[in-house]
Structure formats: structure tokens, C-alpha cells
Write a protein of this length. Structure first.
Ligand code: APR
Length: 313
């Protein structure tokens, strides 16, 4: 079988780390794509990464390119094209800049990579992934947004540190939009089956939920730009679930068609990812508080999506 092909659209901070993980894990041949003014930068990064394979013995290739034809036939596209947040900006502040970018990417993806499974990372995530699907008219199973895996990684880390347990044993899920209204679902969080409330006091849990919601902003404030290692690791977990038909149950931004009482927009829900892409959206029971938080989050997402819809195109 030919090696799989993974095109990374955007060769910046997250794109570079995505490529690094693809190389380390030998997931397939990689195209690190960026706009023409950044082509030589993408080529340099690709060469540097390809040279790293001398240490792990992998044969997968990495190329940098500004030519969409090089992405043709991709099995997976991971999109980070866009501008990241600066301190003081919310993800929603990026709409005006990143909508034209996602439209350009969508038009080219439709033309050159019609069969790819697409993972969108660009922010504001829920609106960007919606616009990508609308513009390409791809089936909902083939388009997904990366947010919940990252948010639940942050949630898991904070819980593990507070409880003094290995992160390996922490299971969390975060629903809703990828913003400050996200819903870390405490009733489904366990430390190997033991409810987190058994091990962590409620005031500490409340503080952890709050820190999780603001987890991206905490890093923006510290670094002056958005996070990239954990976002890349999260998207690669989703890509692996697809490439290896792992049927993983992961919280992801998926297109809702009536699930949880919502339709015609993307929001974070538990999904099963396998060779068929987003094979299923899993509907879990939520208590009244969680439902109310999800409703608030859905409203916030719908407001941003409405701005995108109004902007035409
Ligand atoms: N096509 C391809 N790449 C593009 C395009 C385009 N039309 N427009 C911009 N890019 C590229 C930029 O040239 C840049 O190299 O996208 C890259 C983005 O990289 P960074 O600025 O380093 O941003 P990064 O930290 O990787 O975040 C990318 O993901 O989490 C989100 O909020 C974040 O929206 C941001 C995105």
C-alpha cells in the first residue's frame, strides 16, 4: 500500500509541530503548505524535519510548498491557516481576518483534495469549520473541528495535578463551543472510574473548570501567541483515529443535525472517529445545569456563525 498523505495547510507554529509529530510517528508523507510569501519558510521547515528522520529511520517525505497541486490526493488535511490570537483578543475577534482565509483554503481543498478527511484548527474554530463545510459542500462525516480534545487535555492535566494522580488515569470530556462558554462536564469525569468529586473538593473543581475555560488565553498571555504543542498533539490523535480506524470516542466540533436539540452549526460533542470519519455523534445524558451551560455555549457559537453567514461569500 502506498504511504498515506497528510497535507498541513499553514506552516506556522501549529503546522510545524503537526509535521514534527507526523514525522516522529511516521504517519505518512507530509506536505507543509503555506502562502507564496511563506513558501521558502515552509520548505526550510520541511527540510529540517525530513533531516530529523535520519535519527528515527523513517522513510516518509516532507515537502514545503505554496502550490495546491502538491496537496492533491491527500488522505488527511489539517488546517491551521489564519492568524493566531494576540494578548487581549478573543477567538471571536479573529472572524474578519480568518473567514477570507478559510474560504480560500476551502475552494482549493475542494478542487485538489476532494476525498480528504479534514480537521480544522483555525479560530474561531466553530465558525471556521462551519464555513469550510458550507463552502466545500463536503459530507459532515468528512469535516471536523479540533477543540474538545485540546480542552479536555487541559482539563485532565489540571485534575491530575490537583488529585496527585497520573494523567493516564484521568478521563474528561468538554462539550460546547471552543471559547469561554465551553462546558467541562464534571459528571462524566473520572479517575479510572472513580468520580472526580470523590477525590477533589468542589471549590478546587470550580477553579479547575474556570482555568480550563480560559486555558488558551492563559498561554496567549504568557507567550504573546497561541499554544501549539497541545493543539498539534490533539489534532494528531484525531488524524490517527481516522487513519488507523481506531473508533476513538473523542470530544470534537461536529456538524449537528438535531443532536442535543441543535442543528445547522458545529459544536463540541462526543464523536466516534474511524475510517468513515465522524462515524457517530454520541448523545450523553446531561443534568439540568450542564444543559443550561450547553445552551449558553450554543448561543455564543450561533452568534459567531451568524456573523460568518452574514458576511456572504
Ligand atoms: N493558505 C495557507 N496558509 C495560510 C493562509 C492561506 N490562505 N493564510 C495564512 N496562512 C498561514 C500563515 O502564513 C501562517 O504561516 O497560516 C500560518 C499560521 O501560522 P501561525 O501564524 O504560526 O499560527 P498558529 O499558531 O499555527 O495558529 C494557527 O490555529 O489555533 C488556531 O488561533 C489559531 O487561528 C490560529 C491558527
Amino acid at each position: 500500500m502506498a504511504r498515506r498523505k497528510i497535507s498541513l495547510i499553514g506552516a506556522g507554529n501549529i503546522g510545524g509541530e503537526l509535521a514534527n509529530l507526523c514525522v516522529q510517528k511516521q504517519l505518512g508523507d507530509v506536505v507543509l503548505f503555506d502562502i507564496p510569501p511563506k513558501e521558502s519558510f515552509a520548505q526550510g521547515k520541511a527540510l529540517d524535519l525530513e533531516q530529523a528522520t535520519a535519527q528515527n529511520g523513517g522513510d516518509a517525505t516532507v515537502i514545503g510548498s505554496a502550490n495546491w497541486e502538491d496537496c492533491a490526493g491527500s488522505d488527511v488535511l489539517i488546517i491551521t491557516a489564519g492568524i493566531p490570537r494576540k494578548p487581549g483578543q478573543s477567538r471571536d475577534d479573529l472572524v474578519g481576518i480568518n473567514v477570507p482565509i478559510i474560504r480560500d483554503v476551502a475552494d482549493n481543498a475542494k478542487k485538489h483534495c476532494p476525498d480528504a478527511f479534514v480537521i480544522v484548527i483555525s479560530n474561531p474554530l466553530d465558525a471556521m469549520v462551519y464555513e469550510f463545510m458550507r463552502r466545500t459542500n463536503k459530507p459532515p462525516a468528512q469535516v471536523v473541528g479540533m477543540a474538545g480534545v485540546l480542552d479536555s487535555s487541559r482539563f485532565s492535566l489540571f485534575l491530575a495535578r490537583e488529585a496527585g494522580v497520573s494523567i493516564k488515569d484521568v478521563r474528561t470530556t468538554v462539550l460546547g463551543g471552543h471559547g469561554d462558554t465551553m462546558v467541562p462536564v464534571l459528571s462524566y469525569c473520572t479517575i479510572n472510574g472513580v468520580g472526580v468529586r470523590e477525590l477533589i473538593a468542589q471549590d478546587k473543581l470550580d477553579a479547575i473548570v474556570d482555568r480550563t475555560r480560559k486555558g488558551g488565553g492563559e498561554i496567549v498571555k504568557l507567550m504573546g501567541t497561541s499554544a501549539y504543542f497541545a493543539p498539534a498533539a490533539s489534532a494528531i490523535a484525531m488524524a490517527e483515529a481516522y487513519l488507523f480506524d481506531q473508533k476513538r470516542l473523542l470530544p470534537c466540533a461536529a456538524y449537528l443535525e438535531g443532536q442535543y436539540g441543535y442543528k445547522d452549526f458545529f459544536m463540541g460533542v462526543p464523536v466516534i472517529i474511524g475510517a468513515g470519519g465522524v462515524e457517530k455523534i454520541v448523545e450523553i445524558d446531561l443534568n439540568a445545569d450542564e444543559k443550561a451551560m450547553l445552551e449558553k455555549s450554543a448561543k455564543a457559537v450561533q452568534e459567531v456563525v451568524a456573523v460568518v453567514k452574514k458576511s456572504g461569500g
